[in-house]
Design a protein around this ligand. Structure first.
Ligand code: 26W
Length: 811
């Protein structure tokens, strides 16, 4: 923890400002003030960063490298201030200078290099590794353009590119001297030298991978770890082009553009695999650069390559970085000259893999022809891995061709990345108990029987530092004042809060804090959406990617039904509610975009109908992202976690909401089940089909959505409302939703769960009327959220998978 008083901070800040901008503080813009503050804090962090690296080099501790296509960090200033322990000093010092810290923080662009759950999980994990003193590094891509910015125009999503670097980025440090060369295309020349095959890559296209390092600050422990993101550049003129002809000027320009496109933009799909060659290039690009730099660092410190797996763990975040396996093999075989079996032992001991989805359409399968041409040597190695793996299968299941074909890494001219990831790693995990069970008994069952010991569950978590301490300081203070601050280092201690939930003063304070946060959120909505909402109404929130399986449509149909009821019966007594939605649709995902439009049309109709708009309102907040989530979640009463059971691997926003005292309305899916187990049935509202029912329908059929349409008048009415012009002049506007639910038999059981969902919502209404009961439920959720801190998750990875030495020197 940095010790710093207000006076010296003020002095340092004023100096920094002057030095950077050459003008006086009072003449500066807020952007300039932010830049100076960021730069000052970065300087403080840099000192500890250097110290940490020195310490790691000295102790030679095992290093973990978390490989991920996505890191969804959000803003860094507030986090860094909190973690180095000077947030309060800084806030007060700035206030003396008439500067509001929170206002300045808004000038930081979100680092939005991820789509959703998987990318944000990677960010929470980095924070927990640093805070638990685990030598953990991130490895990914420095996309020039992050996840697109969403604008809603005439109710429709419009995508705008996210030029997040335009004002500069004080947090990153370009390390040109640590660049690596990544080779694409070309041919492999095979020769024999001293009885050993030798592979030489010729005529390849070289790409320069330049690392940009970002500090990841641990919580008050003087540890600063590194996130290394790679940027693709053309190799310099000095590069030896003997094996690669750049030809004329136009050729050179073409080469430059093609190289730079590699780290140009993040793919905005998070559930749909689209075998694009550029994505394959991205994957090999960062994985190759990452593995090369790990080996270079390892050897620089004079270590024996055969002990590599004792000192290095590489974790792959879903299958996207699976090429780390053949890339490590390539280096160990071709550059280090190891025998296959030794290289394979080292590789599999080093690599571990997490699966994040069972959606079949998200599985990566690269076409052999495309792959071979782009990565000839890597393909040869995968072929060899496949051959040896199939031999192992043959020995185990002689004659069972079906099984072997099903499990092979290469089949039907495709490379199945999940199979390669399982065969080439020592550990495979799912992200919640239910998800892991489904992997074992369905999706990966053949592999589970082959390698039962490789499989384990690691339920996701969230960093309570960002999602409680930073985003909800008022609640944090109440908890601290009530149970002390041990929960900050041991989030499980939040349990001590439960004892106090029979104290009316505490309940009242909980209510006051929620109200305050709702007022703040109402202001954000007023500012961003120009809509007035009532902080006395229930804030009912569903914010996440828009996807059929997450069932925003179920939520929307329920609102349409409520609207019908209120019109039919003006005396219908409900607690006023504000329905808040947010989330982005993949640009090519028509149904998801249509869903956004429906929500906006329903909002427009309801909000302008004076018969109901004092009781219900609907808001779609544009451009949902990490920094907005931090403002929405503390001000939420009801958290909507309503995915079709079995489809949501875990979910993590469910954990953020509970930690901030919201009541969850949930299906028994993903981590919702574990939340229920923690808080008990009385403190969560569960509805919908069970796992067995869903799996049974998928396996044996028997569900007909039209039967429900014909038999439930409320369902019939809202479905008809989709296509009768009620919400849009163009009656065909929401035809895709109608067809999805009726013509195509409602793959995600929206209509099947409709009745049960309405009952769940009635329960919310009834419970909310009993204020102290409601506050107590909220308190119980907070008290039981500690287990969902990513510190718990990371401890499980560290001890169960990575073999890191977990040292809690600050406890
Ligand atoms: C190939 C395109 C693509 C890109 C990303 C397919 C799939 C993905 C991710 C695996 C999708 C994702 O973010 N999954 C989410 O991961 C979270 C963290 O484990 C879970 O909490 C969510 O339930 C899961 O949907």
């Amino acid at each position: 923890m940095l010790s710093m008083d207000k006076k010296s901070f003020k002095k340092a800040y004023v100096n920094k400002f002057l030095e950077m901008h050459g003008i006086e503080l009072k003449e500066g813009t807020n952007q300039q003030k932010y830049d100076a503050l960021g730069s000052l804090v970065r300087d403080y962090v840099t000192r500890e960063w250097l110290k940490t690296n020195k310490k790691y080099n000295k102790t030679g501790e095992k290093q973990v490298y978390y490989f991920s296509m996505e890191f969804l960090l959000g803003r860094l200033l507030g986090d860094a201030l909190l973690n180095i322990g000077i947030r309060d000093v800084c806030k007060e010092a700035l206030a003396d200078l008439s500067i509001n810290l929170e206002e300045l923080e808004n000038f930081e662009q979100d680092q939005g290099l991820g789509n959703g759950g998987l990318g944000r999980l990677a960010a929470c994990f980095l924070d927990s590794m640093a805070s638990l003193n685990i030598p953990g590094n991130g490895c990914g891509i420095r996309y020039k353009y992050g996840f697109f910015e969403q604008k809603i125009i005439d109710g429709k999503q419009v995508e705008v590119s996210d030029d997040w670097l335009k004002e500069g980025n004080v947090w990153e440090k370009r390390k040109a001297e640590k660049s690596e060369i990544v080779k694409f295309g070309g041919e492999i020349k095979v020769s024999e030298i001293n009885g050993r095959l030798n592979f030489t890559h010729v005529n390849f296209e070289p790409v320069l991978a330049v690392p940009y390092d970002t500090p990841i600050v641990g919580y008050e422990n003087e540890i600063v770890n590194t996130l290394r993101l790679w940027s693709a550049e053309a190799v310099s003129k000095e590069f030896d082009f003997s094996s690669f002809s750049r030809g004329d000027f136009l050729q050179a320009l073409k080469y430059k553009n093609s190289v730079e496109s590699i780290s140009q933009v993040l793919y905005p799909e998070d559930s749909f695999y689209e075998g694009k060659i550029l994505r394959l290039k991205q994957q090999y690009f960062f994985v190759s650069a990452g593995v090369q730099s790990i080996i270079r660092h390892f050897k620089k410190h004079g270590k024996d390559i055969e002990l590599f797996d004792e000192k290095v763990a590489i974790h792959i975040n879903d299958t996207h970085p699976t090429l780390a396996i053949p890339e490590l093999m390539r280096i160990l075989l071709d550059e280090e000259g190891l025998e296959w079996d030794v290289a394979w032992r080292i590789t599999t001991n080093t690599v571990s893999y997490t699966n994040h989805t069972i959606l079949a359409e998200a599985l990566e399968k690269w076409p052999v022809d495309m792959f071979k041409e782009l990565l000839p040597r890597i393909y040869m190695i995968i072929e060899e891995i496949n051959e040896r793996f199939c031999k192992e299968l043959w020995a185990r299941y002689p004659g069972n061709w079906d099984k072997i074909a099903r499990m092979a890494i290469i089949a039907d001219d495709k490379i199945k990345m999940a199979h390669l990831a399982i065969a080439g790693s020592h550990s495979v995990n799912g992200v919640a108990k239910l998800h892991t069970d489904i992997l074992k008994k369905k999706e990966m069952t053949d592999f589970y029987y082959l390698y039962p010991n490789k499989f384990s569950n690691k339920t996701n978590g969230i960093t309570h530092r960002r999602w409680l301490l930073k985003s909800n300081p008022e609640l944090t203070k109440l908890i601290k004042d009530t149970i002390g601050d041990s929960f900050i280092r041991h989030p499980i201690d939040l349990k001590n809060f439960e004892r106090h939930l029979y104290d009316n003063v505490i309940l009242e304070q909980l209510g006051k804090i929620k109200k305050y946060n709702k007022e703040r959120l109402a202001n954000v909505i007023l500012k961003n959406e120009n809509l007035v909402i009532d902080p006395n109404s229930i804030f009912d929130v569903q914010v996440k990617r828009i996807h059929a399986y997450k069932r925003q449509i179920l939520n929307c149909l329920r609102i349409m039904d409520l609207y019908n009821q209120l019109i039919d019966n003006p005396n219908f007594d409900i607690v006023p509610r504000t329905f808040i939605f947010g989330g982005k649709a993949a640009p090519g995902y028509y149904l998801a975009k249509n869903t956004i439009e429906l929500i906006n049309c329903v909002a427009n109709k309801i909000n302008n109908d004076s018969r109901v708009n004092q009781k219900i309102k609907v808001v779609f907040i544009q451009n949902y992202r990490v920094s907005l989530a931090e403002q929405i979640i503390p001000g939420t009463d009801v958290s909507e976690q309503i995915s079709t059971t079995t489809k949501e691997a875990s979910g993590t926003s469910n954990m953020k909401f509970m930690m901030n005292g919201a009541i969850t309305v949930a299906t028994l899916d993903g981590a919702n089940i574990e939340i229920r187990d923690e808080v008990t049935e009385e403190n969560i509202i569960i509805f919908g089909l069970t796992e067995d029912e869903v799996l049974n329908y998928y396996q044996n059929g028997g569900y007909r959505s039209s039967d429900i349409y014909n038999n439930d008048v409320r369902v019939k009415r809202v479905i008809d409302d989709l296509v009768n012009g009620k919400y849009h002049n163009d009656k065909d506007k929401f035809k895709s939703i109608y067809e999805n639910l009726i013509t195509y038999n409602d793959e995600f059981f929206v209509l099947k769960d409709f009745d049960s969902y309405l009952k769940a919502q009635d329960k919310v209404d009834a419970l909310y009327r009993d204020n102290s009961k409601w506050q107590r439920m909220c308190g119980i959720n907070i008290a039981h959220s500690g287990i969902f801190s990513s510190d718990r998750t990371i401890e499980e990875y560290a001890t169960g998978i990575w073999g890191s030495e977990v040292i809690y020197k600050n406890l």
